[in-house]
Design a protein around this ligand. Structure first.
Ligand code: TRP
Length: 353
């Protein structure tokens, strides 16, 4: 019997992992694996909501697996699996959808954002977005899988009865919905099946990792990323080209957003006294961005180089990756199939022959 608290988190299979994923998620995954019953998965079904190329999707699943392992997630300690290897998730997704309101899904921020982007809508008004979604007859349709993304995510969590879900701030609303669905199911069927999960980052506040383009966070779709597996040359070039400003003109002026973003990245990778020396240099107008970027690139490479090297070795060993996920799938299915049986029983879907 494993008495440790259940932790579960996943990353969508949509491309390589970047520094934002590392500091926001992966690093914590590694820290938690000794003290908790950790379950980390690759959300390939969630990736389907944006209709990826099938060959790319499959590659991405293997790449991210190798990145988990290279970053230090240990398959002896944590359960590492691929979402689609647990068919119980898909089955429970259908069942849970019967208790999810279309309205609450339509109001989800992530859905509105993605729908707005897909249809090229500029308005912020919820009514306009809904009208355009319903009225749209072009082939730029917003698919039903995207709408029900939160149901699928809730099932990932609830089917494992996870209490702790380490995710970034942008996933808070999905977690809130998960708690609501859990309460709703428990009370509708008068059962005590699901605990309410909470966000959890190992005693740390969720860090926001900025991108290199001067504003906003690092994100795959923003094109402002440093990938864990970037080659040394590529990484240096990206950092050297990062957006800054024209340089401080008046002593003590507030630090501009692009420069502050680089300093924030430095805070993650560089010794505090060195970061402070650049802050001081900004304040007295003696800062040289070239030097600062060189330092930043060096320090990022100290973090990423060992990961990249391990990644290359692991990625080349498909038999090993296969062994890890088949073991993970077996473990993840054990609890998932137990929960699914309980859910079906509660709902009256009972085999009688
Ligand atoms: N939606 C999450 C993201 O985009 C990924 C995810 C899917 C997830 N299912 C999950 C995270 C369950 C935590 C738990 O980052």
């Amino acid at each position: 019997m494993n008495e440790k608290e259940i932790v579960l988190s996943g990353i969508r299979a949509t491309g390589n992992l970047h520094l934002g994923n590392y500091y926001g998620a992966l690093r914590n995954f590694v820290k938690m694996q000794d003290d908790y019953d950790c379950n980390y998965f690759i959300a390939d079904l969630h990736a389907l909501t944006t209709n990826p190329d099938p060959v790319e999707l499959h590659e991405n699943v293997k790449n991210i697996l190798a990145e988990y392992l290279a970053a230090g997630v240990d398959p002896e300690k944590a359960t590492i699996f691929v979402q689609s290897d647990v068919p119980e998730i898909s089955e429970m997704y259908l069942l849970l959808n019967m208790h999810v309101g279309i309205g609450e899904l339509l109001r989800t921020t992530s859905f509105k954002d993605k729908a707005r982007k897909q249809l090229g809508i500029s308005t912020d008004s919820d009514e306009d977005i809904e009208k355009q979604i319903v009225g749209n007859e072009s082939n730029k349709r917003v698919n039903a899988g995207l709408l029900t993304y939160p149901t699928l995510m809730a099932v990932d969590i609830l089917i494992q009865k996870a209490r702790k879900v380490p995710v970034g701030k942008d996933q808070e609303q999905h977690l809130e919905l998960t708690r609501r669905f859990a309460r709703r199911f428990n009370s509708f069927y008068n059962v005590d099946l699901f605990p309410e999960p909470e966000n959890f980052n190992f005693g740390q506040n969720a860090v926001k990792v900025p991108g290199l383009d001067g504003s906003g966070k690092m994100g795959k779709s923003e094109g402002n990323c440093i990938y864990l597996v970037d080659e040394e040359k590529v990484l240096r070039k990206k950092v050297m080209r990062a957006v800054t400003d024209e340089g401080p003109k008046t002593p003590g002026q507030p630090v501009s957003e692009p420069v502050n973003n680089l300093l924030t990245l430095m805070e993650l990778t560089t010794a505090p006294e060195i970061v402070q020396s650049y802050r001081d240099a900004y304040a007295d107008c003696s800062i040289r961005y070239g030097d600062m970027k060189k330092q930043l690139a060096e320090d990022i490479l100290k973090v990423t180089t060992p990961i990249r090297e391990r990644y290359q070795a692991i990625r080349a060993d498909e038999a090993y990756i296969a062994k890890v996920v088949s073991l993970g799938a077996e473990r993840a299915r054990e609890r998932a199939s137990r929960t699914l049986q309980e859910v079906k029983k509660a709902m009256g879907i009972i085999k009688f022959y």
